[in-house]
Every structure is written in C-alpha cells, then in structure tokens.
Write a protein that binds this ligand. Structure first.
Ligand SMILES: Nc1ncnc2c1ncn2[C@@H]1O[C@H](COP(=O)(O)OP(=O)(O)OP(=O)(O)O)[C@@H](O)[C@H]1O
Length: 329
C-alpha cells in the first residue's frame, strides 16, 4: 500500500476534558482529562493504530477527530483547514470524507431499517440529487465489494451474523468513498476467525480506494498486522508514536515495552527468552492522575524527576516520538 505525502488529518495539542459532578452537595465538580494534549498526523493511504489499556482515551480521541465530540482545546485540521472554524458546507463535505465503524455491529445498525436503507442513508443525505435507481445501484455495488450478496438488500440486520453485520457497517461507511475511516474496536466483538476476515477486507478496501484508517484496538496482534504507525496512549497522554516495526522490535517507552512484552509470541523458544516487563499496580483513577509523568506509579524505572516533571514528547531518529525522561537519544 503506497502512503502519499498528503496530510489528511493534522491534530495539534488536542484536549477533551469532561466535567464530572462532585458526589455530595458541596463537592466541587472534577475534571476528567480523557485526552490531554495529543498531536499527530494521518497521511493518505496510511493506517495509524491507536493502542492502550481500557479508559486511556482511545474512543474519545476518535470521536473528537470525527467531531462527534467538541474538543476542549487544540486543533483538528482536515486537508489543512481547521475543522473548528469550517463553514457548515465545508464541514459537511469533510464529514462525508470521514467515516466510522463501531465495535458492536448489530447494536450500531437500526433494526427497523433494511440493510439497503442502512447502507444508502449517508448517500441520500450527502447526494440528494441521485435517483432511486442510482442509489440502489451504488448500494448493490458496495455490497458486492464488502462480500455481501447484493440481492439481500431487503433483509433486516437481525437476519445476519456478527461478521456480516460488520460488513454492512463497512458498506455504509464506504458508500461515500471516504478518505479516512475511524475503526473503533471494529473487530473486538467478533470471533477470532471472523476478525481476520474483516481485517483483511479493510486492508483490501484500503488498497483499492487509497483509504486511510485510524485503527483503535486493545488487541496488539491485530494492530500489528494492519498498522503502518502506532500511537500508544496512557491516561489521555501520548507515550509513544512510531513506525509499526519499531514499536514491536525496539520500543522506547517503558509503557510500550510492557504492552509489547505481554503479547505472546507463537514460538515457545522466543517467548521464553524475551524480556517481560510487568506493570506495577492498577491503572490510577483518571480523575486523580499522578503528578509529573502519569505512568510513573506503574513504571519499573521511575525516579524522583518522574514525580515532579512532565516528560516532554521528544523526537528520536528524526521521526519517532516518546515521552519519557530516560529514553536515550
Ligand atoms: N461522556 C463522558 N463523560 C465523562 N467521562 C467520559 C465520557 N466519555 C469517556 N469518559 C471517560 O474518559 C476516559 C477515556 O475513555 P475512552 O472511552 O475514550 O477510553 P478507551 O481507551 O476508548 O477505553 P475502552 O477501550 O474501555 O473503550 C475514561 O476514564 C472514561 O470513563
């Protein structure tokens, strides 16, 4: 898959903070920093994997990029234009180019609509001038592309298996021929054998349509298979961002090292000899994150400075980034 130099998405210092009401009558509301100063770019044709434990802000990041959520601060630029300042017509066209696939395929499809209606909906909204016949032809064409039988378009979602429902979700996301799809745990709810089929389908569509993907997942094996670059999040902060192979063979950040060392390697000899880094303790509450480096309470290498100074995100080898006081340059 060729990745072009065109930057589709340029995210700068993105913050999404939620105000959580205090428990008692006199308790002040607390701020939950779900995403706290994250910057990255996505180029045309590339897949950016986003990993991290549950609650680290992966979905919130995806929703803010899609503008399903208003960011608290920072900028999301689409093809060089700040989406926050876009006029409604430009925003509409950017929205058509930016689609999403959710985790639970059946729950994300309206049970009262036929799959033909579900897939056609974005097309009818964005291209109201199309005739009924043109819409039907487009629906049938995309159904065939995602491995569904076009003559099943009058059936309802409950008549399909989980994997097929995810194909319906992909057809709906693809019907406008978008430039970028946010896949939010898109295969996590499926059986392992079906997961591989859906990932292969996404990779095939990516090649054919020169698509970009933001692939959010807690499954590091799948992320490894599909991604070009990988971002590692922890408590709303970016710990590391690097090419896929660097992340897996030579991670810089202790958190990335711990995540990678937890992924089993099929070869027992390699598995026995590899470095295992155990994470200490539990994930801290996002309402009360540790001072300094948010990862320090679980980091086997933490020193005094980690409690007082927030590590800056630094660039290494000209292109990979990590936020740790003790990465050697
Ligand atoms: N609407 C909201 N209001 C308040 N807090 C929220 C809201 N949405 C998310 N959060 C909190 O923000 C943090 C990040 O959540 P998010 O769902 O983005 O994480 P995640 O990495 O996608 O986790 P998971 O894999 O479990 O979905 C969590 O602590 C979550 O409880």
């Amino acid at each position: 898959m060729t990745i072009s130099d065109t930057v589709l998405l340029d995210v700068k210092d993105l913050k999404v903070h939620f105000s959580i009401p205090g428990g008692g009558l006199f308790q002040k509301a607390k701020l939950l920093k779900a995403v706290d100063g994250v910057s990255f770019q996505v180029r045309a044709g590339e897949t950016l994997g986003v990993v991290g434990e549950s609650g680290c802000g992966k979905s919130t990041l995806g929703r803010a990029v899609l503008r399903l959520l208003e960011p608290t601060a920072g900028q999301v630029a689409w093809l060089g234009q700040d989406m926050g300042g876009m006029k409604s017509e430009t925003l509409r066209s950017a929205r058509a180019d930016l689609q999403v696939i959710f985790q639970d395929p059946l729950a994300s499809l309206d049970p009262r609509m036929t799959i033909g209606q579900i897939i056609a909906e974005p097309l009818i909204t964005h291209k109201p001038h199309l005739s009924k016949e043109e819409v039907k032809e487009a629906v049938k064409a995309i159904m065939a592309k995602v491995g569904l039988l076009p003559d099943q378009l009058n059936r309802y979602p409950h008549e399909f298996s989980g994997g097929q429902c995810q194909r319906i979700g992909i057809a709906r996301a693809m019907i406008l021929e978008p430039k970028l799809i946010v896949c939010d745990e898109a295969v996590s709810a499926l059986d392992v054998s079906i997961q591989a089929q859906i990932v292969n389908l996404l990779m095939r569509l990516q090649k054919e349509f020169h698509l970009s993907l933001i692939f959010i997942s807690h499954n590091l094996s799948i992320v490894r298979h599909i991604s070009n670059r990988i971002m590692v999040l922890y408590l709303g902060r970016m710990m590391e961002l690097a090419d896929r192979d660097q992340i897996y063979s030579d991670p810089l950040h202790p958190y990335t090292k711990a995540l990678i060392s937890a992924v089993p390697i099929p070869d027992p000899k390699v598995e026995r000899n590899k470095e295992h880094i155990a994470l200490k303790g539990d994930l801290p509450s996002p309402l009360n994150p540790p001072s300094g480096c948010v990862f320090r309470t679980r980091c086997p290498f933490a020193k005094e400075i980690c409690a007082t100074d927030v590590p800056e995100l630094k660039v290494y080898d000209g292109k990979r980034e990590a936020a740790c006081h003790f990465v050697e340059s």
